[in-house]
Design a protein around this ligand. Structure first.
Ligand code: 13P
Length: 215
């Protein structure tokens, strides 16, 4: 079946977001991957293709049943992308990357606490850290879906982070915000344990910030 213009645009937007992710310094090499809801499934980056060489035809369509065209090579992390999109009707885009500071905290098994009001953009007073499981496994996917409950971002122990959103631009924006919070928290920890904002304040900001930033 020939590709519609809408599908081609979505595929190109995924490639553009991958390149932007590396240009922004929140990922390196091909260690990130991106998916976008499309019909009864998702469009997802292919495994291990350098973003500068990636073309729309290489983006893989995978149905919500996990089926994909013979010969296609979806990201090794397709399972958590698919499970997140299946579990979360409010999510249309999933961005996974290995940003340095978020990954440092994830290696230390630390969630990000409410050190700054911007954490409310990720949906609550913490950005949880999902327990470690081998990349690409159903176990890792289950941990990620749980850590994302009521949230738009989480860390993955000894691995990296996930940011999700109603649009790809929103998810990418949030990924940068999460890495910024991780840098700030890392900086605070050089001085000592930082004071935290209250649950009430984070809830107030969460409601206020919902419409802020990228659509
Ligand atoms: P892919 O290249 O298969 O998307 O995976 C890279 C990776 O490091 C996953 O965490």
């Amino acid at each position: 079946m020939p590709m519609t213009e809408d599908e081609r645009n979505k595929r190109q937007s995924i490639i553009d977001a991958c390149r932007r992710m590396n240009a922004l310094g929140i990922n390196q090499g091909t260690s990130g991957n991106i998916s976008l809801r499309h019909g009864e499934g998702m469009l997802i980056t292919p495994t291990s293709v350098p973003y500068d060489e990636m073309v729309p035809e290489q983006i893989v369509f995978m149905g919500f049943d996990g089926a994909f065209a013979a010969g296609a090579k979806p990201s090794s992390e397709w399972r958590f992308h698919l499970d997140i999109l299946r579990a979360r009707g409010d999510v249309n885009a999933v961005v996974h990357a290995h940003p340095t500071y978020a990954t440092v905290l994830a290696i230390m098994g630390r969630e990000i606490p409410p050190i700054h009001y911007m954490i409310a953009a990720a949906g609550g007073e913490t950005i949880r850290c999902a327990p470690y499981a081998t990349y690409g496994t159903a176990e890792l996917s289950a941990h990620a879906v749980k850590a994302l409950e009521g949230r738009f971002a989480c860390l993955l122990a000894h691995h990296g982070m996930i940011a999700v959103g109603p649009s790809l631009s929103r998810a990418l924006w949030l990924a940068v915000e999460v890495e910024t919070l991780a840098r700030q928290y890392h900086g605070c920890l050089q001085v000592g344990e930082p004071p935290l904002l209250s649950s009430e304040e984070i809830e107030r900001v969460r409601q206020k910030i919902a419409g802020y930033g990228h659509a």
